[in-house]
Design a protein around this ligand. Structure first.
Ligand code: GDP
Ligand code: MG
Length: 631
């Protein structure tokens, strides 16, 4: 069985309820007050089984301007609208207001029904028909079938039925494979049963004994019984109207607008980002922080609207907004909504939810606006990329990301795979962390720039400590390590233990420093295996000691001078020479004592022993008793 939700719309007293009664035999004005006043106040429900096997679930709405709130609770799930205009009165204020609402909610299909044709002459009827056609120009009703109907004679009824059938067959059914969502439109107590709610399944399947959650309060309960107009049933599908008996819940706990869903599927929020269109008929431009009433599905929420990308939204224009609501909603991405002014209560616009779980935004933030445009475009890959580009953290977890874009973990994982293949993002395993490639490149550039800055500030220093750069850039350990590895692979930096420098970095001596460098090297080369004391060298050089010290420390960093122990310094070429001598000797003699080596070097024990110990530490020699052998 296919279910299509059909609703009425139109000005009060134009014959909506009468038409539904003629179609279905059901009087939707069920309240005592409705009977007394002869007017619909709240939603009424009926159904029509069509010969093709389609069931039209019918929602009759009140037309009176005082009950627009109730009308709005009924039209959220419409697949097809019967747009009703009485021939004797023609287009009236709520004819227009209802049309605006249907248009903003993006109802796709409609049939125009001109009622009460028994009350007018043919000429008048033609005039009214023309004015309705004019009204619906450039709306979804442009080109819709027009049926002339009289409840007195029944004329037009069969044509109307066949039109409903024809359109219902062409309508894409609501999606039963999405998670369950059932916005509540009525709540009442029934003797012997307890709490009953009614509503139209917007998506999913509802089964008897299902554990469900009622949002936004998060009340967990069980479906005790499901009733459709056919009687008791074990399950209901998207598009179907149901009454549900819920276990252990008091009617006072529930409100129209609450949503029944699968547990842990939707998470309520009082902030919503949205795209908003202001009606051409709105009396004023919409100002930032205007107090509004927001209508989503069957719910009404009070709050303020923050304009994110415009100073004001003019009538007929669009804007990106954030709703800051006084209550929680359980809206989902792409839900349509209507807004009315808090007072006077007039409909001024509507639109589509872009992000149902945003952070609080400041106005006119470029990243926020870009992100919302990506939400608007709707391609999930773009959205994921935008979020990754704009989050405050460089790197975020897959779980976090899935919440931010409101996609399930498997959906997110698919998208991440696609983006990884496109090389737009990078996933770190097994941590399940994600970073956008552009941000990664940005970080790498920043690291290189920071290094360059350090180098230019200290031209005689080769290395910078790893930690110094990290803490300057305030980078997360993980991503920093990852960036450094990449930079090493690309040969942009040289990383040894916890020190690094740009590969291209060369120490840069002034002519004076260059001269000192040469002098120092000369002294240590000439000192051979009995080098001079460093303090003496500094004192005898005749240059400013601090400049000499700076040059000396650069020579250490470059490895030209090597300090074997405190104050004992050799030129690297001399150590190399000592090594050669030792090697030649050990190849011939297999072992050597300190004193034998001292004689070979023609030096004293004071210098010879540290040299041998140094060779031990670099694994060139090995000590056995008082002798050394090749390691
Ligand atoms: P609604 O407010 O749009 O639901 O209008 P109702 O269905 O309650 O009808 C309002 C009044 O118009 C009632 O008194 C109906 O009897 C009357 N009415 C409805 N349809 C017709 C019609 O086709 N011809 C005539 N003459 N009266 C009608
Ligand atoms: Mg009515």
């Amino acid at each position: 069985m296919k279910y299509t939700v059909v609703g009425t719309a139109g000005h009060v007293d134009h014959g909506k309820t009468t038409l539904i009664k003629a179609l279905t035999g059901i009087d939707t004005d069920r309240l005592k007050e409705e009977k007394e006043r002869g007017m619909s106040i709240d939603l009424g429900f009926a159904y029509l089984n069509l010969s093709s096997g389609v069931c039209a679930e019918i929602i009759d709405v009140p037309g009176h301007e005082h009950f627009i709130k109730n009308m709005l609770a009924g039209v959220g799930a419409l697949d097809l609208v019967l747009f009703i205009v009485a021939a004797n009165e023609g287009v009236m204020p709520q004819t227009k207001e209802h049309l605006d609402i249907l248009q903003l909610l993006q109802v796709k299909k409609g049939i125009i029904v001109i009622t009460k044709i028994d009350l007018v002459e043919k000429d008048w009827l033609d005039l009214v028909s023309e004015s309705v056609k004019e009204l619906v120009q450039n709306t979804f009703l442009e080109g819709a079938p027009i049926v002339h109907f009289s409840a007195m004679s029944g004329s037009g009824l069969e044509i109307l039925k066949s039109k409903i059938e024809e359109i219902a067959l062409s309508i894409e059914p609501k999606n039963a494979s999405l998670p369950l969502r059932l916005p509540i439109d009525r709540i009442f107590k029934m003797e012997g049963f307890g709490t009953i709610i009614t509503g139209t399944l917007v998506s999913g399947i509802l089964k008897i004994n299902d554990e469900v959650e009622i949002l936004p309060k998060g009340i967990k309960t069980r479906v005790r019984q499901i009733q459709s107009h056919k009687g008791k049933t074990n399950q209901a599908f998207a598009g179907q109207r149901v009454g549900i008996n819920l276990a252990g819940i008091k009617t006072e706990e529930l409100n129209r607008g609450d949503v029944i869903s699968q547990p842990a599927c939707l998470s309520p929020s009082n902030l919503l980002d949205a795209q908003l269109t202001l009606l051409k008929t709105s009396p004023h431009p919409l100002q930032n922080r205007t107090r509004i009433r927001l209508y989503i599905e069957t719910g009404e929420f009070l709050g303020r609207v923050i304009l994110l990308d415009k100073e004001v939204i003019k009538p007929g224009e669009d804007g990106l907004v954030q709703f800051r609501l006084e209550q929680l909603t359980s809206a989902a991405k792409d839900d349509r909504f209507i807004i009315r002014l808090y007072s006077p209560m007039i409909t001024i616009g509507g639109g589509k939810i872009l992000n149902p779980h945003p952070k609080k935004h400041k106005r006119f933030k470029k990243e926020v606006i870009e992100e919302l445009f990506a939400y608007k475009k709707g391609a999930p890959e773009d959205l994921v990329e935008q979020v990754l580009m704009n989050t405050s953290e460089n790197i975020i977890s897959v779980d976090e990301l899935s919440k931010m874009v409101n996609l399930s973990k498997p959906e997110i994982e698919n998208i991440l795979q696609v983006l990884t293949q496109k090389k737009s993002i990078l996933c770190l395993h097994p941590e399940e962390l994600v970073i956008h490639k552009e941000r990664l490149d940005g970080l790498k550039t920043k690291i290189l720039e920071t290094l360059k800055e350090f180098h230019s500030r200290q031209p005689l220093k080769l290395n910078v400590s790893k930690e110094e750069i990290r803490s300057k850039l305030k980078l997360e350990e993980k991503i920093y390590g990852f960036c450094l590895n990449e930079l090493v692979k690309e040969n942009s930096i040289i990383l040894v233990k916890d020190k690094l420098h740009l590969t291209e970095h060369r120490l840069c001596y002034t002519p004076e420093q260059e001269k000192i460098k040469r002098q120092i090297e000369k002294v240590y080369l000439e000192g051979q295996f009995s080098p001079p004391d460093i303090e003496e060298v500094i004192a005898n050089l005749g240059a400013k000691p601090e400049i000499v010290r700076e040059v000396i420390s650069s020579l250490f960093e470059l490895g030209i001078l090597v300090e074997l122990e405190e104050g004992l310094i050799f030129h690297k070429d001399i150590l190399e020479k000592a090594k050669q001598i030792l090697h030649t000797y050990l190849v011939k003699n297999s072992s050597i004592t300190v004193s034998e080596y001292r004689q070979l070097l023609n030096s004293s024990r004071k210098y010879t022993l540290p040299i041998l110990q140094y060779f031990d530490t670099i694994n060139f020699t090995k000590r056995i008793g008082d002798k050394r052998v090749l390691a």
